[in-house]
Design a protein around this ligand. Structure first.
Ligand code: DX5
Ligand code: ZN
Length: 218
Protein backbone atom coordinates (compact mmCIF):
# COMPACT_ATOMS: atom_id res chain seq x y z
CA UNK A 1 0.00 0.00 0.00
CA UNK A 2 1.33 3.48 -0.83
CA UNK A 3 2.27 5.97 1.86
CA UNK A 4 -0.72 8.02 2.88
CA UNK A 5 -0.13 11.76 3.05
CA UNK A 6 -2.26 14.12 5.12
CA UNK A 7 -2.99 17.63 3.92
CA UNK A 8 -4.73 19.64 6.66
CA UNK A 9 -6.99 22.37 5.29
CA UNK A 10 -6.16 25.79 6.70
CA UNK A 11 -9.81 26.75 6.35
CA UNK A 12 -10.50 25.11 9.72
CA UNK A 13 -7.53 26.72 11.51
CA UNK A 14 -7.71 29.63 13.96
CA UNK A 15 -7.46 32.60 11.57
CA UNK A 16 -6.14 34.84 14.34
CA UNK A 17 -2.91 32.78 14.61
CA UNK A 18 -2.27 31.19 11.23
CA UNK A 19 1.55 31.08 11.34
CA UNK A 20 1.42 29.25 14.65
CA UNK A 21 -1.23 26.84 13.34
CA UNK A 22 0.84 25.95 10.28
CA UNK A 23 3.94 25.30 12.39
CA UNK A 24 1.87 23.14 14.76
CA UNK A 25 0.51 20.81 12.06
CA UNK A 26 3.95 20.48 10.46
CA UNK A 27 5.36 19.44 13.83
CA UNK A 28 2.40 17.10 14.21
CA UNK A 29 3.37 15.19 11.05
CA UNK A 30 1.31 16.86 8.33
CA UNK A 31 2.68 16.26 4.82
CA UNK A 32 1.13 19.08 2.77
CA UNK A 33 -0.72 22.28 3.62
CA UNK A 34 -4.06 22.47 1.80
CA UNK A 35 -5.14 26.03 1.00
CA UNK A 36 -8.77 26.54 -0.05
CA UNK A 37 -9.22 29.62 -2.22
CA UNK A 38 -12.86 30.74 -2.51
CA UNK A 39 -14.19 33.74 -4.41
CA UNK A 40 -17.85 34.03 -3.36
CA UNK A 41 -18.79 33.38 -6.99
CA UNK A 42 -17.67 29.89 -8.00
CA UNK A 43 -18.58 28.78 -4.46
CA UNK A 44 -20.81 30.57 -1.96
CA UNK A 45 -18.02 31.52 0.47
CA UNK A 46 -14.93 33.75 0.51
CA UNK A 47 -11.66 32.65 2.11
CA UNK A 48 -8.27 34.20 1.35
CA UNK A 49 -5.88 34.88 -1.55
CA UNK A 50 -2.25 34.88 -2.65
CA UNK A 51 -1.21 37.53 -0.09
CA UNK A 52 -1.92 35.15 2.75
CA UNK A 53 -0.03 32.31 1.05
CA UNK A 54 2.99 34.56 0.59
CA UNK A 55 2.87 35.55 4.27
CA UNK A 56 2.73 31.89 5.39
CA UNK A 57 5.42 30.60 3.03
CA UNK A 58 8.37 31.35 5.38
CA UNK A 59 6.62 29.49 8.22
CA UNK A 60 6.73 26.05 6.62
CA UNK A 61 8.66 23.61 4.46
CA UNK A 62 5.55 21.60 3.57
CA UNK A 63 4.40 21.63 -0.04
CA UNK A 64 1.65 24.23 -0.41
CA UNK A 65 -1.33 22.56 -2.08
CA UNK A 66 -3.57 25.30 -3.46
CA UNK A 67 -7.18 24.34 -4.25
CA UNK A 68 -8.71 27.06 -6.41
CA UNK A 69 -12.47 27.45 -6.13
CA UNK A 70 -12.51 30.59 -8.25
CA UNK A 71 -13.77 31.45 -11.73
CA UNK A 72 -12.10 32.51 -13.83
CA UNK A 73 -8.89 30.96 -12.48
CA UNK A 74 -6.51 31.66 -15.38
CA UNK A 75 -5.85 35.36 -14.58
CA UNK A 76 -4.64 34.42 -11.06
CA UNK A 77 -2.46 31.36 -11.71
CA UNK A 78 0.78 33.36 -11.87
CA UNK A 79 -0.06 35.20 -8.64
CA UNK A 80 -0.54 31.92 -6.77
CA UNK A 81 2.64 30.47 -8.25
CA UNK A 82 4.64 33.54 -7.22
CA UNK A 83 3.08 33.53 -3.74
CA UNK A 84 4.58 30.09 -3.05
CA UNK A 85 2.17 27.42 -4.25
CA UNK A 86 3.79 24.06 -5.12
CA UNK A 87 0.64 22.44 -6.48
CA UNK A 88 -2.23 24.33 -8.05
CA UNK A 89 -5.56 22.57 -8.65
CA UNK A 90 -8.61 23.88 -10.40
CA UNK A 91 -12.11 22.78 -11.30
CA UNK A 92 -12.89 22.11 -14.99
CA UNK A 93 -16.04 24.24 -14.56
CA UNK A 94 -13.88 27.30 -13.76
CA UNK A 95 -13.12 28.03 -17.39
CA UNK A 96 -13.56 26.88 -20.97
CA UNK A 97 -9.97 25.66 -21.53
CA UNK A 98 -8.94 23.07 -18.95
CA UNK A 99 -6.07 21.82 -21.11
CA UNK A 100 -4.64 25.31 -21.51
CA UNK A 101 -5.01 26.09 -17.78
CA UNK A 102 -3.03 22.95 -16.91
CA UNK A 103 -0.37 23.88 -19.45
CA UNK A 104 -0.15 27.33 -17.85
CA UNK A 105 0.34 25.90 -14.35
CA UNK A 106 3.11 23.62 -15.61
CA UNK A 107 4.77 26.45 -17.53
CA UNK A 108 4.90 28.32 -14.21
CA UNK A 109 6.96 25.39 -12.88
CA UNK A 110 4.21 24.06 -10.59
CA UNK A 111 2.41 20.76 -10.28
CA UNK A 112 -1.06 20.81 -11.79
CA UNK A 113 -4.26 19.29 -10.45
CA UNK A 114 -7.87 18.82 -11.51
CA UNK A 115 -10.70 18.82 -8.96
CA UNK A 116 -13.91 16.88 -9.55
CA UNK A 117 -17.09 18.09 -7.85
CA UNK A 118 -19.42 15.33 -6.62
CA UNK A 119 -21.49 15.73 -9.80
CA UNK A 120 -18.53 15.92 -12.20
CA UNK A 121 -17.76 12.71 -14.11
CA UNK A 122 -14.24 11.27 -14.47
CA UNK A 123 -14.50 11.51 -18.27
CA UNK A 124 -13.49 15.17 -18.12
CA UNK A 125 -9.95 13.89 -17.43
CA UNK A 126 -9.70 11.54 -20.39
CA UNK A 127 -7.61 13.83 -22.58
CA UNK A 128 -5.59 15.66 -19.93
CA UNK A 129 -4.15 12.74 -17.97
CA UNK A 130 -0.69 13.50 -19.35
CA UNK A 131 -0.86 17.02 -17.87
CA UNK A 132 -2.00 16.23 -14.32
CA UNK A 133 0.12 15.57 -11.25
CA UNK A 134 -2.86 15.42 -8.94
CA UNK A 135 -6.54 14.52 -9.10
CA UNK A 136 -8.76 15.71 -6.28
CA UNK A 137 -12.12 14.07 -5.63
CA UNK A 138 -14.53 16.30 -3.71
CA UNK A 139 -16.47 14.22 -1.21
CA UNK A 140 -18.64 17.25 -0.33
CA UNK A 141 -19.92 20.09 -2.46
CA UNK A 142 -17.19 22.72 -2.23
CA UNK A 143 -17.56 25.92 -0.24
CA UNK A 144 -17.52 25.00 3.41
CA UNK A 145 -15.64 22.89 5.93
CA UNK A 146 -17.39 20.59 8.36
CA UNK A 147 -19.80 18.89 5.93
CA UNK A 148 -20.64 15.18 5.87
CA UNK A 149 -18.71 12.78 3.65
CA UNK A 150 -20.56 11.69 0.49
CA UNK A 151 -19.80 7.98 0.33
CA UNK A 152 -21.10 7.78 -3.26
CA UNK A 153 -17.75 9.31 -4.28
CA UNK A 154 -15.82 6.20 -3.22
CA UNK A 155 -16.56 4.43 -6.50
CA UNK A 156 -15.21 7.48 -8.35
CA UNK A 157 -11.98 7.23 -6.35
CA UNK A 158 -11.70 3.54 -7.29
CA UNK A 159 -12.27 4.31 -10.99
CA UNK A 160 -9.62 7.05 -10.88
CA UNK A 161 -7.15 4.70 -9.18
CA UNK A 162 -7.47 2.37 -12.17
CA UNK A 163 -7.14 5.27 -14.64
CA UNK A 164 -4.02 6.55 -12.86
CA UNK A 165 -2.39 3.12 -12.65
CA UNK A 166 -3.02 2.62 -16.38
CA UNK A 167 -0.91 5.73 -17.16
CA UNK A 168 2.14 4.38 -15.32
CA UNK A 169 2.78 7.96 -14.19
CA UNK A 170 2.93 9.33 -10.67
CA UNK A 171 -0.36 11.12 -10.10
CA UNK A 172 -1.55 11.84 -6.56
CA UNK A 173 -5.16 10.86 -5.82
CA UNK A 174 -6.58 13.18 -3.23
CA UNK A 175 -9.92 13.28 -1.43
CA UNK A 176 -11.38 16.39 0.20
CA UNK A 177 -14.43 16.93 2.36
CA UNK A 178 -15.72 15.18 5.47
CA UNK A 179 -12.55 13.10 5.82
CA UNK A 180 -12.27 11.83 9.39
CA UNK A 181 -10.65 8.86 11.12
CA UNK A 182 -13.95 7.05 10.39
CA UNK A 183 -14.16 7.82 6.64
CA UNK A 184 -10.40 7.76 5.90
CA UNK A 185 -10.06 3.93 5.76
CA UNK A 186 -12.71 3.74 3.02
CA UNK A 187 -10.90 6.46 1.02
CA UNK A 188 -7.59 4.62 1.38
CA UNK A 189 -9.17 1.28 0.45
CA UNK A 190 -10.66 2.87 -2.68
CA UNK A 191 -7.18 4.06 -3.72
CA UNK A 192 -6.73 7.61 -2.40
CA UNK A 193 -3.21 8.47 -1.25
CA UNK A 194 -3.59 12.08 -0.07
CA UNK A 195 -6.29 12.94 2.46
CA UNK A 196 -7.39 16.53 2.99
CA UNK A 197 -8.85 17.18 6.42
CA UNK A 198 -9.92 20.46 7.97
CA UNK A 199 -12.16 19.85 10.96
CA UNK A 200 -10.67 16.42 11.71
CA UNK A 201 -7.25 18.04 12.31
CA UNK A 202 -7.78 21.63 13.43
CA UNK A 203 -10.88 20.73 15.42
CA UNK A 204 -8.97 18.10 17.39
CA UNK A 205 -7.25 18.83 20.70
CA UNK A 206 -4.03 17.06 19.64
CA UNK A 207 -3.00 17.66 16.01
CA UNK A 208 -0.34 14.91 15.95
CA UNK A 209 -2.78 12.31 17.27
CA UNK A 210 -5.42 13.42 14.76
CA UNK A 211 -2.97 13.10 11.85
CA UNK A 212 -1.83 9.66 13.01
CA UNK A 213 -5.45 8.56 13.32
CA UNK A 214 -6.17 9.69 9.75
CA UNK A 215 -3.23 7.64 8.50
CA UNK A 216 -4.92 4.63 10.09
CA UNK A 217 -2.74 4.71 13.19
CA UNK A 218 0.44 4.16 11.15
C1 DX5 B 1 -14.36 22.52 0.95
C2 DX5 B 1 -12.87 22.52 1.00
C3 DX5 B 1 -12.28 21.57 1.96
C4 DX5 B 1 -12.69 21.77 3.39
C5 DX5 B 1 -12.56 20.47 4.10
O1 DX5 B 1 -14.78 23.35 -0.07
O2 DX5 B 1 -12.32 22.24 -0.27
O3 DX5 B 1 -10.87 21.54 1.85
O4 DX5 B 1 -11.94 22.75 4.05
O5 DX5 B 1 -13.07 20.61 5.38
P1 DX5 B 1 -13.52 19.36 6.25
O6 DX5 B 1 -12.36 18.44 6.37
O7 DX5 B 1 -13.90 20.00 7.56
O8 DX5 B 1 -14.68 18.72 5.55
ZN1 ZN C 1 -10.09 21.89 -0.55
Amino acid sequence: MPDIRIAPSLLAADFSRLGEEVRAIEQGGADWLHLDIMDGHFVPNISFGPGLIKALRPHSRMPFDVHLMIAPADPYLAAFAEAGADLISLHPEAGPHLHRSLQTIRALGKKAGVVLNPGTPVEVLAHVMDLVDLILVMSVNPGFGGQSFLSGQLSKIATLRRMIDATGREIALQVDGGVTAKTAPDCIAAGADVLVAGTAVFGAPDYAAAITALKGGR
